[in-house]
Design a protein around this ligand. Structure first.
Ligand SMILES: [Zn+2]
Ligand SMILES: [Zn+2]
Length: 450
């Protein structure tokens, strides 16, 4: 079958290029950068696009890149996006951490860039791209990890970004306007996944929340009656949040995990500035909204009880992820041409989050996991165990899936799109995200005597 012949040619091309993919991936592994600061990494991706003679847009959402590959004259079918993420996390004692910033590739995103480039290489250099009835958009995506919140709020306040995650920014800037569906592969450690590959049905989304409890300082021994204790406001708010938990439906998998980032300054002064931060995760946008408003109410309750003030900042986070069942099936079938069912793991809903969920809200999306790593994700002992599995194999699976979608008149892609109703339009998505960018100042002392 022609289709299978295309796959064979692409697989051979990816194998021919494997040493190069591994070498560049290892170079990025040793030079990690944090989100919205991935300048050196995006330069490497740009060089790789140059090598493939692909024109590209760069500097999208500060460090993002995009290119579209199509047969001469342009394919008429849908456009499939293939994504790799540019950023790393902060694990300063990892063996390849950046000495200055503490950034380290302990989430495997360096491998994702190579699998994205491996697909590009395989489809273009094998000549199979010319046989496809559609286009393939390749993305290097900034800032998947939701870290350095203060830095990102600063970027937002300066007008350089609006949202805190890379994919939201790319969507806002129109980089996905001409893309119909998208996929990527995330690496997995053998600590989290026993199988060689797998797909979860869905993932939680979240919003961010920060609060500042403003009280009144006073001598903690001599005149505590003159103070307003911010720490107690926070303590009451935490109790009120915990009291909400039984109001959440089990099926919504709400997760609220607050911390105090400032608890008081001196032991003999009544704390007057206490800071709180949390993520509020849930399975659907409605569940996240419901939990977010309950947290706001709980935060206000602390201020009311003590007669102090609270400033509440809500920050747009990531949307829940739903893996498209048709794309999942194609990807899994391709995996099964190499390995058995026992090597595959279908998991149900996962309670962590990824901004691939934002993409999944506006188009069919796929975010499987492929093994090749060991140690703890985001941990010091994270390591690449099997370079072929990490850097090369996922490129094969994605390239084969692209062929399934776009060969033979792009019938599969067209059918998939005909059967798919996006959860939100781009405009609805942006409106939802913007509704999650709020700041409220609440004065508990204004609640006077009854
Ligand atoms: Zn991560
Ligand atoms: Zn990651």
């Amino acid at each position: 079958m022609l289709h299978e012949d295309f796959k064979q040619r692409v697989l051979e091309e990816i194998d021919r290029n494997a040493d190069h993919l591994i070498a560049v991936g290892e170079r990025i592994y040793r030079d990690p950068e944090l989100g919205f600061k991935e300048f050196r990494t995006s330069k490497i991706v740009a060089q790789e696009f140059d090598r493939l003679k692909l024109g590209y847009e760069e500097g999208i959402a500060i460090t993002g890149l995009k290119t579209i590959a199509q047969r001469p004259g342009g394919g008429s079918g849908p456009t499939v996006g293939v994504i790799g993420e540019l950023d790393s996390v902060l694990v300063s004692d990892h063996e390849f951490a950046n000495a200055e910033t503490g950034a380290a590739h302990c989430c495997g995103h360096n491998a994702q860039l190579m699998t994205m480039l491996g697909v590009a290489n395989g489809l273009i250099n094998s000549g199979v791209l010319s046989e496809l009835d559609g286009r393939v958009a390749f993305f290097a995506m900034p800032a998947e990890e939701y870290v350095e919140i203060d830095y990102r709020v600063e970027l937002r306040d300066k007008g350089e970004t609006e949202f805190l995650g890379g994919k939201s920014e790319m969507i806002r800037l129109g980089a996905f306007d001409d893309v119909d569906m998208a996929m990527m592969v995330h690496g997995a450690s053998n600590q989290n996944m026993q199988a060689r590959a797998g797909i979860s049905a869905s993932n939680n989304g979240f919003v961010g929340k920060q609060a500042k409890f403003i009280g009144k300082a006073a001598h903690a021994g001599g005149a505590p009656h003159r103070g307003i204790n911010s720490l107690y406001m926070a303590q009451l708010a935490l109790s009120a949040i915990n009291a909400q938990r039984e109001t959440f439906k089990d099926d919504d998998t709400v997760r609220i995990h607050p911390i105090l980032t400032r608890g008081g300054d001196l032991v003999n002064v009544i704390p007057n500035d206490v800071r709180f931060e949390t993520m509020i995760r849930g399975k659907t946008a409605d569940a996240i909204n419901d939990a977010s408003f309950k947290v706001d109410r709980a935060l206000r309750s602390g201020a009311v009880a003590m007669g102090g003030k609270v400033e509440i900042t809500t920050l747009p986070g990531y949307m829940p992820l739903f893996n498209d069942p048709d794309m999942s099936r194609l990807f899994k079938d391709n995996f099964l041409t190499f390995h058995g069912e026992d090597d595959w793991e279908d998991t149900g809903h996962r309670t962590g989050s990824t901004d691939m969920g934002d993409i999944a809200h506006i188009m069919p999306a796929l975010h499987p996991h492929v093994a090749g790593f060991s140690g703890t994700g985001h941990g010091t002992d994270w390591a690449i165990d099997d370079k072929y599995m990490a850097y090369v194999f996922p490129a094969k699976l994605m390239a084969m899936t692209v062929i399934d979608l776009l060969a033979d008149g792009a019938t599969a892609a067209k059918e998939l799109l005909a059967n798919h109703t996006p959860v939100m339009t781009k405009d609805e998505y942006l409106t939802f995200m913007r509704s999650n960018a709020r700041k409220e100042s609440f004065d508990g002392s204004a609640v006077g005597p009854l």
